[in-house]
Design a protein around this ligand. Structure first.
Ligand SMILES: [Cu+2]
Length: 152
């Protein structure tokens, strides 16, 4: 009889020790998580993001040999957060008689702005769709393109 009480007491002590250790681990884990998630929320506050975008070209590029245009955008990517107001100052810096350029994004943004040489236009929209979206010039495929990255 005495022996079984000793065994039960020993099991109880071990159980309490395991429970306490588990509590400490879970408490430390849950108490550190809210700090991480609140800093993530802060960094995603919607704001206005401005970009200046120009047509450019790859130096020493042989268009005939490569069978591709030498034209590219000055910025190959733009990164914003969902909800941001995106303002793009888009310039065609070609000399008179030069090429047209466009800033085009298909679904779901549906933007298509064509500029003649020397023209510029400001494009404003809300980044309300998360994902990676290609922007391209419809006149200079496939070299003149970039990626709009909209983060959650
Ligand atoms: Cu172009």
């Amino acid at each position: 009889m005495n022996r079984s009480i000793t065994v039960i007491t020993a099991i109880s002590i071990v159980s309490i020790a395991i429970s306490f250790t588990t509590f400490i681990i879970v408490y430390n884990y849950t108490s550190s998580s809210p700090a991480l998630s609140s800093s993530n929320t802060q960094s995603a506050t919607a704001t206005k993001r401005e970009f200046w975008l120009f047509d450019s070209d790859i130096p020493h590029f042989n268009e005939t040999k490569m069978d591709m245009p030498h034209d590219v955008y000055s910025m190959p990517s733009m990164t914003v957060n969902k909800g941001d107001t995106v303002v793009i100052h888009f310039f065609n810096i070609e000399e008179p008689g030069g090429d047209n350029h466009s800033f085009t994004i298909y679904q779901p943004y549906n933007i298509n702005v064509v500029l003649h040489p020397g023209q510029n236009k400001t494009i404003t929209f809300t980044a309300d769709h998360v994902g990676v979206f290609t922007y391209l010039c419809i006149f200079h495929y496939p070299t003149m393109r970039g990626q709009l990255v909209v983060m959650p």
